[in-house]
Design a binder for this molecule. Structure first.
Ligand SMILES: [Zn+2]
Length: 382
């Protein structure tokens, strides 16, 4: 069956088009909407009054004009018409953030709580989430959902942790949250959250490999502006590709994985990263030697993966802000050494969003789903 173009479908499409335009442009008048979208003024007027009545947009002042006379009212999208919550669970913290329809932070709290894979922990975390949501003073229907980012591989449907060796939570079901929280809940692998944040702040980004260089090594594969989990959920797990068969043991039980040489833990152990880099930038220090060797190994991984997937590479995570132009030059040199043909030096980038990226990214799938759906905007007007 093919979709028929019914008057209702046209109405829905106009409404979505107008909403999207106000969302992107902000502070626009009815005249601007009509002329830019080539819609009739009555169509725009009807939709604007419906969107305003439903609370999706609001009158945001009057247009600046040099002309003397009546100034036109301008409209903006109500940023908190709907919001989403992102939760990042780590070994020591439960970080909770609420973001609006622009992905902007409304509120964020960091709770100290040691992760234990048991019922009492999930009960405490759910209580923290409920208390946080209560403090926002929003209606239940405003909350689109809760994304829970964890250091573990997530099933393609987001309902379970298929591999959670770091947190010892393999097999964990989203039900431990769903049965306590009256909202939609989904799991997100932490580098996926980071990659979603990167996409959010990078409209030009289409396809890329995201490497998360934090306490642990992680990765995400971005294809046509989507993060690809893969057939069974383990796309882009660069951390377990073997680098050195005689290397040190990885948490996965195998030997010499890239995790054991490229994670921040492997590089600096318990040391403070700022202190490490202040020494690494001095000539002939053990730290500078260690950093040189790290760049060589990272360059070889990037080079090999780039032969398989010729896309941009984004270096994210806690180490990302420490990379210099000179470090990137070193990486390109290593990549070129391992490549039989010309390699340009325009494909390795530093993350634009090094902080709160996983926390925000956990909330973004719900925001994206809302903004992508024409039905979400119709409310009771079906
Ligand atoms: Zn491993």
């Amino acid at each position: 069956m093919t979709d028929k173009i019914t008057p209702n479908a046209i109405r829905k499409n106009n409404r979505k088009q107008i909403y999207d335009f106000i969302y992107s442009a902000g502070k626009v008048s009815q005249n601007d909407i009509a002329s830019i979208l080539r819609l009739s003024r009555p169509t725009v007027a009807t939709n604007i009054s419906e969107l305003e009545e439903d609370g999706l947009i609001f009158r945001d002042g009057q247009q600046d004009s040099d002309q003397i006379g009546r100034k036109a009212t301008v409209y903006s999208v109500t940023p908190d018409y709907r919001i989403a919550v992102g939760v990042e669970l780590t070994g020591r913290h439960a970080k909770i953030i609420a973001v609006d329809l622009y992905g902007h932070k409304i509120k964020r709290v960091v709770n100290d709580i040691r992760y234990v894979n048991n019922d009492s922990y999930y009960r405490k975390v759910c209580d923290m989430i409920l208390e946080f949501i209560g403090s926002l003073e929003m209606s239940e229907e405003q909350i689109l959902g809760i994304g829970i980012a964890m250091q573990g591989l997530v099933s393609p449907d987001g309902n379970s942790i298929i591999y959670g060796e770091i947190m010892k939570c393999t097999g964990l079901s989203i039900d431990v949250f769903r049965e306590r929280l009256p909202y939609k809940c989904t799991f997100i692998h932490d580098p996926e959250g980071a990659a979603l944040s990167e996409l959010w702040v990078s409209p030009e980004l289409i396809s890329a490999i995201y490497l998360s260089l934090s306490e642990h090594l992680g990765g995400a594969l971005i294809l046509d502006r989507n993060v690809v989990r893969g057939k069974s959920g383990h796309s882009a797990t660069f951390e377990h590709i073997q680098f050195d068969p005689h290397g040190t043991k990885c948490y996965c039980g195998k030997t010499g994985c890239f995790e054991t040489v490229l994670s921040m833990h492997a590089l600096i152990g318990e040391e403070n990263e700022e202190k490490f880099f202040s020494m690494a930038r001095k000539a002939d220090t053990p730290e500078s030697e260690k950093w040189g060797s790290y760049l060589n190994i990272l360059g070889s991984l990037i080079g090999a993966v780039h032969l398989v997937n010729d896309v941009d590479f984004i270096l994210g995570g806690h180490l990302a802000p420490y990379f210099t132009e000179e470090d990137l030059r070193v990486l390109y040199d290593v990549v070129r050494k391992g490549c039989p043909f010309e390699e340009p030096d325009d494909f390795i980038h530093i993350s634009k969003m090094p902080s709160h990226n996983i926390n925000v990214g956990a909330a973004l799938p719900f925001i994206k789903e809302f903004l992508d759906s024409a039905d979400a905007l119709t409310g009771s007007r079906k």
